[in-house]
Write a protein that binds this ligand. Structure first.
Ligand SMILES: Nc1ncnc2c1ncn2[C@@H]1O[C@H](COP(=O)(O)OP(=O)(O)O)[C@@H](O)[C@H]1O
Ligand SMILES: Cc1ncc(COP(=O)(O)OP(=O)(O)O)c(N)n1
Length: 274
């Protein structure tokens, strides 16, 4: 069985972070492992508190996994503070996994800063160059480029997404998937692999329940890389997964409900007739 590791924060309501990643790995037929970087007190209405995990414990979790088990792909999500980024970067360089997906989580849909503002440069300099693919949403791509170029660019069209993906690629990663969840019209994601641009486009689903969409997409890419798919096919399969997960998203809680991983599992097992 292929095995994937998520290095990310815990979301107590189960819609994003580690919990979304492990559900996604399972639903994609991949064995999931986790290194917890932070614990958030979070629900569908907001993030209320964050406890960062000591970097010694983060490193010890990574060592425990890599010294025992072959890891086919790694995803990095919420990293919060500089010392966390430094610890992860050191261990990733030590163990050098074949596939590394970086979801540069910055601000939750509810508006909470999951990456401390002073950590942006460390994320850019220490994690992006190690990544097989980085998956920013539009506000994250703007933050990264504005931090690097000291500008105030806005990304509003698909051609601006293409330009931004090419600019982010120059920061040293092997490919960039710029997610279009935040622009108007179709949900178009743009992949640049250093040579070609690919578009992954679906209708925009009319739902408020999109908590954890970014985590779900990046962990589905990770699972598909672990299964041996090349980047553009891993992204294609992950896009199909997230689209189904949003189409059947769950009206749980009083705010922004989570994506649905159980739909795919039940459907695959023949329990759901649809
Ligand atoms: N309403 C929607 N309908 C269809 N796809 C969507 C919708 N919202 C987001 N997506 C897709 O979900 C994935 C995650 O994108 P996005 O929401 O931009 O990430 P994040 O959660 O990091 O902000 C992308 O593939 C995006 O195109
Ligand atoms: C612990 C944790 N990690 C990441 C996120 C952000 O997840 P995302 O998929 O971008 O979903 P939204 O927060 O935008 O709904 C998170 N909220 N918590």
């Amino acid at each position: 069985m292929k095995k994937a590791l998520t290095i990310a924060g815990s979301d107590s309501c189960g819609g994003a972070g580690i919990q979304a990643d492990l559900k996604t790995f399972s639903a994609n037929g991949v064995y999931g492992m986790s290194v917890i970087t932070a614990v958030t007190a979070q629900n569908t209405q907001g993030v209320f508190a964050v406890q960062d995990i000591d970097e010694k414990i983060i490193k010890a979790q990574i060592d425990a996994v890599f010294t025992d088990i072959k890891v086919d792909a790694v995803k990095i999500g919420m990293v919060s503070r500089i010392s966390t980024i430094e610890a992860i970067s050191e261990k990733i360089r030590q163990y050098n996994p074949e596939n590394l997906v970086l979801d540069p989580v910055m601000i939750s849909k509810s508006g909470y800063s999951l990456l401390k503002p002073e950590s942006k440069t460390a994320l850019i300099n220490r994690l992006i160059p190690l990544s097989s693919i980085i998956t920013p949403n539009i506000p994250e791509a703007e933050e990264i480029l504005n931090e690097v170029n000291n500008e105030n660019i806005k990304i509003e069209t698909v051609s601006e997404m293409e330009e931004a993906a090419k600019e982010i690629y120059k920061l040293g990663c092997k490919s960039v998937l710029l997610k279009g969840g935040h622009i108007k019209g179709e949900a178009v994601d743009v992949l640049f692999d250093g040579e070609n641009i690919f578009h992954y486009s679906t209708e925009r689903i009319n739902t408020k329940n999109t908590h954890g969409t970014g985590c779900t997409l990046s962990s589905a890419i990770t699972a598909n890389l672990a299964l041996g798919f090349e980047i553009k096919d891993a992204v294609k399969r992950a896009k199909e997964y997230i689209t189904t997960a949003i189409k059947h998203s769950l009206d749980i809680g009083h705010g922004v409900g989570p994506t649905n991983h159980f739909y795919m599992l039940y459907k695959a097992g023949g329990i759901l007739n649809d």
